[in-house]
Design a protein around this ligand. Structure first.
Ligand code: PLP
Ligand code: COI
Length: 336
């Protein structure tokens, strides 16, 4: 992989050498299969294509100074995919099968893991789709699980440079009692229009308010929201946001650093009182936010042009664990 520009990868699709597949047929999962094809052959009446029976995951592997490759918290992604599958009535893949497939995908594509000093990582994309044909709205009888990988840089091109979010009350990504807590494709389709509008206006993402009352902060496009004030890390408690593994990790690290951690409803009015705001997720890592624009009221909340002190500390700590620069005392990483 000598000819890849590791420093400037961005977040885009790239082919790798192999992907791992596993089929669910006749009520059971088969063996893992290694494929070198980047296409799949699927029935035109597959439920994934018509009725959105699709769930995916996103996790990363990092190369350490020691040359070892560490996969971050993949058991959490495995459990979340199980939960997403339950939510939209898909066959559930056992956690061990998920982790085995991820390990194999990383091992088979080692040459795509970016070097330690590049700041880049290997993005791992597992997905599960209903492949069996149905025309009535009901779950498929057959499923396909795939894991593919690619080297990536930061999701927001600015990386750790602060960006602006926009509040749009005329778009929701998920219904109050809908599928927002699952990582299913439909939520992302629902968010594309607003996301595109936000980008066209120079914002990195939409800050969604709760879709029932528009009173509370939900999440930021493809990432969770956190705010810091008075030595407290605050992050929304909501049934319609994706439970972020990055956020969960940051809550642990924040507590370790002496911050209080509050997971609770975050009223819109509270936005003006935060000292720091961040968007966090596997792809986004921590993206500091310098401003939030409320398009309906033509008002700005501002948080400073540079990343805040706690955001920097949290970012550095998380990255150090992921890259193996600091001891992994929580057992979050597994050497591939
Ligand atoms: N929220 C949404 C809607 C996401 O798509 C993601 C990305 O996975 C996250 C939050 C962050 O979750 P995680 O930290 O597990 O990647
Ligand atoms: C992730 O952070 O892994 C995501 O899934 C975000 C986005 C690419 C959908």
């Amino acid at each position: 992989m000598e000819n890849l520009d590791w420093q400037n990868l961005g977040f885009g699709y790239r082919d790798s050498d192999y992907n791992i597949r596993c089929y669910y047929r006749n009520g059971k999962w088969g063996e893992l299969e290694i494929s070198s094809s980047n296409t799949i052959n699927m029935h035109m009446a597959a439920t994934a294509l018509h009725y959105g029976q699709e769930a995916f995951e996103g996790l990363k592997a990092f190369k350490g100074k020691d040359g070892k490759i560490r996969i971050f918290r993949m058991d959490e992604n495995a459990k979340r995919m199980e939960n997403s599958s339950k939510g939209i009535l898909m066959a559930q893949l056992p956690v061990e099968k998920f982790t085995e497939a991820v390990r194999l995908a990383v091992k088979m594509n080692k040459r795509f893991v970016p070097p330690h000093d590049s700041g880049a990582s290997l993005y791992i994309r597992p997905l599960l789709i209903g492949t069996g044909p149905e025309i009535g709205v009901k779950p498929a009888k057959e499923y396909l699980f795939i894991v593919f990988v690619m080297p990536v840089g930061p999701y927001f091109p600015e990386g750790f440079k602060p960006t602006d979010l926009v509040i749009m009350r005329d778009h929701d990504r998920a219904a109050p009692l809908g599928t927002g807590k699952y990582k299913v494709g439909g939520n992302y389709a629902a968010s594309m229009d607003a996301g595109k509008l936000a980008k066209e206006q120079g914002f990195s993402a939409v800050l969604y308010l709760d879709s029932r009352e528009k009173k509370y902060v939900d999440e930021c496009g493809p990432a969770n929201f956190f705010g810091i004030k008075n030595n407290t890390y605050v992050t929304p408690l909501s049934d319609s946001i994706l439970p972020s593994i990055t956020n969960k990790s940051l809550m642990t690290l924040a507590e370790e650093m002496g911050l209080k951690v509050e997971r609770r409803k975050v009223p819109y009015e509270e936005l003006e009182s935060f000292e720091e705001i961040g968007a966090c997720g596997t792809a986004a890592v921590i993206s500091p936010i310098k401003g939030i624009y409320d398009a309906d009221n033509d008002t700005w909340f501002r948080y400073g042009k540079e990343p805040g002190e706690w955001s920097v500390k949290l970012y550095n700590k998380l990255r150090a664990i992921q890259y193996g620069d600091e001891p992994d005392k929580y057992g979050w990483t597994e050497i591939a």
